[in-house]
Design a binder for this molecule. Structure first.
Ligand SMILES: Cc1ncc(COP(=O)(O)O)c(C=O)c1O
Length: 403
């Protein structure tokens, strides 16, 4: 076993399996209430509509939808993405700027592959999305973690860290809306400040925005990519949370033709192109604007209701022993419990009582903090949320008794 391992490339040593995927294995058991995975509510997958659209696509353009296609993506979908990014989000975008990817996870991988040599620095929020850290790990990145608070990444902390470095990070990675895992949203003033700092230090930004369309409270904020900047801003959006992750349809905006010319061949080398049928299906669904807005409204409202159930349940269950973020959208909140400084140690007590969450330590690229936990509300109905919190309270009591 060991001798065959030694034949692997060096980069293998820096790749870790996702702790969340391991936890998700536990959640397969029906008796488990899971606040762990960031899973969309499957009852609102548009299954019947997609079934009808699939028949329509196959009957009308079957030979195109089942054929090899362009690496950049099918033209109709690229045009739709450009129009939405420009029209709804104010990001100057033409169809040529859009690369359709296999999930936004692939967008992360492609930009990392294009930019990172072993040992290069990536600046990111502490805590941050585990899947991004995993993607950067593959290219043997090192990390500069930047302090955050209830309004997201702190620009002054970013500027201070950068001005102390002789070699700058190759990328700043951030999730501006309803951040995974913390649920926080970057304030409007901070967005522009961060764009200016990165422009000054010539650092490209990867703006990962899978949740921006899932707002159920507050006011939408303009994306960082909508500010003009001399430094590139890669914006990644995805169909995973607004429709269905199983389709694996997402988009990466590469608005500089010279950068695009470098990144597109990397996708070509990786998978030739994203599944053609899935792209047509997604496009047919979203092209009907009123259907898509209604769908977005339905799922955002549902997540709003569930967030509310979780927030009031946490208050009722733990009172002043808990602190947590109150997200204005998305799927997660972040909580700390008084007297619990290691949520990974609490986890087995919770698992034993058939409730699971993700211990916060997994979301730190560098120095780990152990006292947080990510609680997802999107995939659990209100009754189960209440029951899950009762179980969590029992786990906390048992933990205290044992320690
Ligand atoms: C912040 C963030 N980025 C990217 C992804 C990956 O999404 P996709 O399904 O589009 O690959 C996720 C999924 O949970 C996420 O939370």
């Amino acid at each position: 076993m060991q001798s065959s391992n030694q034949r692997f490339a060096q980069r293998i040593a820096s790749v870790r399996p996702s702790a969340i995927r391991e936890i998700l294995k536990v959640t397969q058991r029906p008796e488990v209430i899971s606040f762990a995975g960031g899973l969309p509510a499957p009852e609102h997958f548009p299954t019947a509509t997609l079934g009808a659209l699939a028949s329509e696509v196959l009957a009308s353009i079957g030979s195109t939808a089942l054929q090899y296609s362009l690496t950049e993506g099918v033209p109709e979908l690229r045009a739709w993405v450009a129009e939405r990014m420009q029209g709804v989000w104010g990001i100057p975008t033409t169809p040529d700027d859009v690369l359709i990817t296999g999930g936004s996870q692939q967008g992360l991988d492609l930009v990392a592959k294009a930019y990172l040599d072993p040992g290069d620095l990536v600046a990111l929020e502490a805590p941050s999305y585990l899947g991004a850290i995993q993607a950067f790990d593959t290219y043997q990145a090192r990390y500069l973690t930047i302090e955050t608070d209830g309004d997201g990444l702190i620009p002054e902390a970013l500027e201070r860290s950068l001005s102390q470095l002789s070699v700058q990070p190759k990328l700043l990675y951030l999730i501006p809306n309803f951040q995974n895992p913390s649920g926080t949203t970057l304030s409007a003033e901070r967005r522009e400040a961060i764009v200016r700092i990165c422009e000054q230090f010539e650092i490209p930004i990867f703006e990962d925005d899978p949740y921006g369309e899932l707002r159920f409270a507050g006011t939408p904020q303009r994306p960082l990519a909508s500010f003009s900047s001399r430094s590139p801003i890669f914006y990644a959006g995805t169909g995973s949370k607004v429709m269905a992750p199983g389709l694996r349809v997402a988009w990466l905006l590469l608005r500089d033709p010279a950068i695009r010319a470098q990144v597109v061949p990397l996708k070509q080398a990786s998978d030739l192109h994203t599944g053609t049928l899935a792209q047509y299906l997604f496009h047919r669904f979203v092209a009907d604007e009123s259907r898509f807005s209604e769908h977005l409204h339905t799922i955002s409202s549902l997540y709003g209701t569930r967030q509310h159930a979780m927030v009031s349940g946490l208050r009722a269950t733990f009172g002043s022993d808990i602190e947590f973020t109150i997200p204005e959208g998305g799927m997660f909140l972040w909580a700390t419990l008084r007297g619990i400084d290691n949520t990974a140690a609490l986890f087995p007590y919770a698992q034993e009582r058939n409730v699971v969450f993700v211990p916060g330590e997994f979301f730190y690229a560098n120095a780990k903090q152990h006292n947080g936990m990510r609680l997802s509300f999107s995939n659990t109905d209100e009754t189960k949320i209440t029951e899950g919190l009762t179980r969590l309270q029992a786990a906390v009591n048992a933990y205290h008794q044992a320690s």
